[in-house]
Write a protein that binds this ligand. Structure first.
Ligand SMILES: [Zn+2]
Length: 116
């Protein structure tokens, strides 16, 4: 598990690898190699912006790493707009989660308008 901080998101991934590319468009999300197994890595899957190689310290910083997969407990501090946890805890073990991006609260309105 790795957690990284980018301009607009906190992103958790089931890998311990560092991300591979970053979006230079509206959303500024970082992406991992496995996100592009079935698609081109030229454009951002989320907002369509141009992707470029990602640099630690410049585009993201690592908040946390831990051996093993992403766990529900890693995300327990987050809730959806209705105040419920993001994932059904009974379903969680069956979800093949590669990464989860949480939009930082201060960018939530912008995200909705522009890229979500
Ligand atoms: Zn993007």
């Amino acid at each position: 598990m790795i957690a990284i901080d980018t301009e607009h998101h906190i992103t958790y991934s089931s890998t311990t690898d560092l991300p591979y590319k970053t979006c230079s468009g509206k959303c500024r999300k970082a992406w991992w190699k496995f996100d592009f197994e079935a698609r081109s890595s030229k454009h951002c899957p989320q907002c369509g912006g141009k992707l470029r190689p990602v640099a630690e310290g410049k585009h993201f910083r690592v908040i946390e790493t831990r051996p093993g997969k992403l766990q529900e407990s890693d995300l327990s501090q987050y809730q959806n707009e209705e105040g419920n946890s993001l994932f059904d805890s009974q379903m969680f073990p069956f979800i093949n989660l590669q990464h989860v991006s949480i939009v930082k609260p201060e960018f939530a309105a912008k995200a909705k308008q522009q890229w979500a």
